[in-house]
Design a protein around this ligand. Structure first.
Ligand code: KIV
Length: 271
């Protein structure tokens, strides 16, 4: 008799329960099958198929060029790997801003074709109609405030947001509105820790931070950054758990040496 243990999947409801219990939420990005499998087996709560794929996977300078179909390709690869984690996918730039009907079409397409469990959208009150329309279709929405990279040409820089009183007050208002609209969680990116902590205290939905300090309900990092694969990117909030750039570089150099010196393949590595 085979004993098949059913994996208990993470749900949006469970994330809200985790906040209520004071249990921190761990989230990481993934864009492909192999990485997602390793991250899911490690026990992560949420996998974000971020539009940072535009930078990390495609080499673009910003997140703006990535398309809905490219996000679907990445998200469906991740979904095929995952047994337990909640998979959230970014709606890319241009697929939801300004027209709530198009936003709903984009959200339905990405959910249908990727199998992801929720979408993430950047912005506050200005995307109210799109968020509300997507929610009416039963699609869970994660908000994203603070540094919102899809608006980089409006901000002009990737520096810390909401240091000024007025912007901080607006961000807190927007966070409350996102909860009111029905978002199940919010990401806060690169804002002062005191403000992020205040937002988390004022909301009942989980607030997940990246560069937003320890007073929030969970943390997210870009996996390639925390593994030290992207060594040119070093913001203060980034903790590197490995230096994979150097390890991989050494392995590649050794392989090249072995091939050139005829050391590889050996007698035992052939038929
Ligand atoms: O696209 C992404 O990876 C993100 C995280 C930085 C939160 O939005």
């Amino acid at each position: 008799m085979s004993v098949h243990k059913e994996v208990k999947k993470v749900t949006t409801h469970q994330l809200q329960e985790m906040k209520r219990r004071g249990e921190k939420i761990a989230m990481l990005t993934a864009y492909d099958y192999t990485m997602a499998k390793i991250i899911d087996h490690a026990g992560i709560d949420v996998i974000l198929v971020g539009d940072s794929a535009s930078n990390v996977m495609a080499g673009h300078e910003t997140t703006l060029p990535i398309t809905l179909n490219e996000m679907i390709y990445h998200a469906s690869s991740v979904v095929r790997a995952v047994d337990r984690a909640l998979v959230v996918v970014d709606l890319p730039f241009g697929s939801y801003q300004g027209n709530s009907k198009e936003a709903l079409t984009s959200a339905i397409k990405i959910m249908k074709e990727s199998g992801a469990h929720a979408v993430k959208m950047e912005g506050g009150r200005e995307i109210k109609d799109s968020i509300e329309r997507i929610l009416t279709a039963g699609i869970p929405v994660m908000g994203h405030l603070g540094l919102t990279p899809q608006s980089i040409y409006k901000f002009g820089t990737y520096t810390v947001r909401a240091r000024e009183e007025q912007e901080a007050a607006r961000l807190l208002e927007d966070a409350k509105l996102l909860e009111e609209f029905g978002c199940f969680a919010i990401v806060l990116e690169k804002i002062p820790a005191t403000l992020a902590g205040k937002v988390a205290k004022n909301l009942t939905i989980p607030v997940i931070g990246i560069g937003a300090g320890g007073g929030v309900d969970g943390q997210v990092l870009v996996t390639h950054d925390m593994l030290g694969m992207t060594h040119e990117f070093s913001p203060r909030f980034l903790r590197r758990y490995l230096n994979l750039y150097d390890s991989m570089n050494n392995a590649f150099q050794q392989y090249i040496k072995d091939v050139k010196s005829r050391d590889f393949p050996s007698e035992n590595e052939q038929y």
